[in-house]
Design a protein around this ligand. Structure first.
Ligand SMILES: [Zn+2]
Length: 320
């Protein structure tokens, strides 16, 4: 059974057909973000280009309430607070399955990618911010409201220990007097809270930490590059970034018994950074894994379409 697999982000839609375990890319078009009817027309046109598909599978930059089908999408106002699945189903007269893009990534990596053979897989997105998806025994866990896997939200004190940088930290902002600890401000988060991991843990978080410590604006790529060249200020920033991420990640791994965390998103391109994060987390987690558990994802940009297609096929086969 062939499926039309769509990866819908805030700027583009990638369309492919999925059949016999293979993806065939069909088209990439700009996402109509401002108008629901134009958005629906765009999907209908992509559907016309795909021959003999029995369902439409969508990996979406948004959260879908599994109970009501209501979409929340900050990046695509056209479909925000709509029941997109029902609308498309009535226009296309075929089953439409929609899931969050991080969830699709996690499911694809768990079943077909880096997480194959593991019962508890957490797909980790380190992009502009942080996101993720939980897959237990090859089944995606969506949770109440569809929010399972959103480990980047919920406030916590971002406190780091910098004794190995003692010569450099006396004047650092956030330093707790007469100690080697630095406490970062609880910066406001897009979710309405303040001090969530999302404000520290992705590319923007890395830049924010660097700017706070050194009063210098640098891109995340430049900070990572300077760190790899042994530059001291960047090393301090990276140490803070890794410590802030490692605590919540350890909690997550201990809670779900996750034995593989494939990493996607722009920050995952910094392989040495991911290696260091893995080492820090394994040193803290209760289960002493001998091999890396935070590892590069394997499916690249196909992961969203593959995960959505898997969900659609399971829906049709009633084996999920
Ligand atoms: Zn938040």
């Amino acid at each position: 059974m062939a499926v039309l697999a769509l990866d819908i982000g805030g700027t583009k839609i990638a369309a492919a057909t999925y059949a016999n375990s293979n993806l065939t890319q069909l088209a990439r078009v700009p996402t109509p973000t401002g108008d629901l009817q134009r958005f629906v027309d765009c999907i209908a046109q992509l559907h016309e280009r795909a021959t003999e598909v029995s369902a439409i599978a969508i990996s979406l930059a948004g959260v879908i309430d599994p109970e009501t089908g209501m979409v929340t999408s900050a990046n695509i106002p056209a479909i925000h607070q709509s029941r997109l699945g029902k609308i498309l189903q009535s226009v296309l007269s075929k089953p439409v399955i929609i899931a969050n893009d991080a969830d699709c990534f996690a499911l694809a990596e768990a079943v077909l990618g880096a997480g194959r053979g593991h019962n508890s897989v957490f797909g980790l997105i380190l992009g502009t911010g942080v996101g993720g998806g939980l897959v237990l025994n090859k089944q995606l866990v969506q949770g109440a409201g569809g929010f399972a896997g959103e480990w980047g939200h919920g406030p916590f004190p971002a406190l780091v220990e910098l004794s190995k940088f003692n010569d450099h930290i006396a004047q650092l902002p956030g330093r707790i007097e007469a100690s080697s600890k630095v406490l970062f401000p609880a910066w406001p988060c897009g979710c309405g809270l303040a001090g969530c991991l999302d404000v520290y843990g992705g590319a923007r978080g890395l830049e924010r930490i660097h700017s706070f410590l050194h009063r210098a604006q640098q891109s995340s790529e430049a900070i990572v590059e300077s760190w790899q060249q042994g530059e001291q200020e960047a090393a301090l920033t990276i140490e803070c970034f890794l410590q802030v991420l490692a605590g919540p990640l350890t909690l997550l791994i201990n809670t779900f018994g996750a034995s593989c965390l494939p990493v996607g998103g722009g920050v995952s391109n910094a392989k040495k950074l991911i290696e260091q994060l893995d080492k820090k987390v394994r040193a803290k987690s209760l289960c002493k894994h001998k091999r890396p558990i935070i590892v590069p994802a394997q499916l690249g940009s196909d992961a969203g379409q593959l995960g959505a297609a898997l969900l659609a096929q399971r829906g049709q086969n009633n084996d999920s």
